[in-house]
Write a protein that binds this ligand. Structure first.
Ligand SMILES: Cc1ncc(COP(=O)(O)O)c(C=O)c1O
Length: 419
């Protein structure tokens, strides 16, 4: 056996210390060996069995499982009707079509959202009018909405950003007396509550996303909910080619009757394979939300050590209002770093932490910026968030050790990049 001298032992220690603080992006060993994916879905045996059952049944597109999922979903969100779709984007588009919004109309949309929220407005030939978000909640600012109101505004699409319910009372107080429709973009917000009521029946139309990384995932998918029977009828017809009757209804009645095109509709229906996932994901939502809250509280406590270098938006959970943590958003004071937010995310990815960001605001996107001439100074809050937000993994299946890795990596990266 060879003994190392004290001197060389100390040198080794220094090297170890240095390599611990060095970043994977600069060639050091990453925080963890395997990538912790951002927003990976959480499926179990129940979902696997149900999908197999559907595949073996011979009826794989829209059928009995979609119907079951629609009914159970409507019940969960307290709406009279729910229509399964192939995406939330489809639901937002159909909502505008069903309300007859088109050329010449304006629709108010928060700039801090995913492209789909505004793209659908373009698809119907109307004009999206972007407004800023509230600096604290990061949801659409009702004062900005009020300033943007004109006789041309026919709808508002508030986004429950990250799972935080918007100030719906303030929005309805502006919209309802003027005959302006509210179409909620609840892509992030299944299970969210506003003043004691589930998001899903608080406006004429609400749209949910079941995309791969959403709190409820069917790989791709969506749901539009409403309490209005006339709107439901229109959405049903429009969501499947404009046919008077869907295939399941046509084949499962004794007397065969022809289905007729009553309007040129779309191909937006959900399949029973998607619904098979959705039925079980829905039953797990409350447990999923509880685990998301645990992980988020762990992050909150750990990041409080970083002081004013980071902050997080408020997350009400008081029995009346509930944020459902689709995203855990960490806002970083980039003015105290030597690099920008994107470089922080790159460094986290190199550490095998699946960090992401939400969102690059729409006013900064080439299409909207160039078409409407938006300036960053028109949207100071969203601009600030767009430069500072980092979304960290918060899916329910991540372990305490995974969450610890996230914390270590964030601290390591921020301290390495501090001015
Ligand atoms: C706020 C928001 N709206 C709409 C969508 C579109 O959802 P989908 O992918 O189901 O069409 C997303 C997707 O991530 C979103 O984040």
């Amino acid at each position: 056996m060879r003994f190392t001298s004290d001197k060389s032992r100390c040198a080794n220690l220094n090297i170890m210390q240095e390599s611990k603080n060095r970043l994977a992006v600069d060639g050091a060993a990453p925080q963890r060996e395997k990538m912790l994916l951002f927003g990976a879905p959480s499926f179990g045996q129940e979902e696997f069995d149900e999908v197999l059952d559907t595949l073996k049944s011979g009826w794989i597109s829209t059928g009995p499982k979609t119907k079951q999922f629609e009914q159970e979903f409507a019940e969960y969100v307290g709406a009279n009707y729910a229509i399964g779709l192939n995406s939330c984007t489809a639901g937002l588009h159909l909502s505008l079509v069903a309300l007859g919004i088109g050329p010449g109309d304006h629709v108010i949309v928060p700039t801090l959202t995913f492209g789909a929220t505004a793209n659908v407005v373009e698809h119907v030939g109307a004009r999206p009018v972007l407004v800023d978000v509230d600096a604290a909640t990061l949801t659409i600012d009702p004062r900005a909405v009020e300033r943007a109101l004109t006789p041309r505004v026919k709808a508002i699409i508030p986004v429950h950003y990250a799972g935080m319910p918007c100030d719906l009372d303030a929005l309805h107080a502006l919209a309802d007396p003027r005959g302006i429709a509210i179409i909620e973009d609840a892509a992030h917000a299944i299970g969210a509550k506003y003043k004691g009521h589930a998001i899903g029946a608080l406006s004429p139309l609400t749209n949910f996303s079941f995309y791969a990384n959403k709190n409820l995932s069917t790989a791709e998918g969506g749901m539009v909910t409403t309490n209005d029977a006339a709107l439901e009828e229109k959405l049903r017809v429009y969501h499947l080619h404009g046919l008077s009757r869907d295939a399941w209804k046509r084949y499962h009645t004794k007397a065969y009757s022809l289905s007729e095109v009553v309007t040129p509709g779309f191909k937006y229906n959900m399949t029973d394979i998607q619904a098979s996932l959705g039925i079980h994901q829905l039953r797990k939502q409350e447990a999923f939300i509880a685990r998301r809250e645990q992980i988020a509280s762990f992050y909150d406590e750990a990041f409080s050590e970083l002081g004013s270098m980071v902050w997080t938006p408020p997350r009400p959970h008081d029995g009346q209002n509930r944020h459902v943590l689709h995203l855990y958003s960490l806002l970083v004071d980039v003015t105290r770093l030597r690099v920008d937010r994107n470089q922080v995310i790159s460094a986290l990815l190199a550490e095998n932490i699946g960090a992401s960001m939400h969102f690059n605001p729409l006013h900064a996107m080439p299409y909207y910026r160039d078409k409407y001439g938006y300036q960053p100074s028109d949207f100071p809050n969203a601009q600030c968030v767009g430069e500072r937000e980092i979304s960290l993994p918060v899916q329910p299946q991540i372990t305490d050790a995974d969450a610890q890795d996230v914390v270590e990596a964030v601290k390591k990266v921020l301290s390495a990049y501090a001015r």
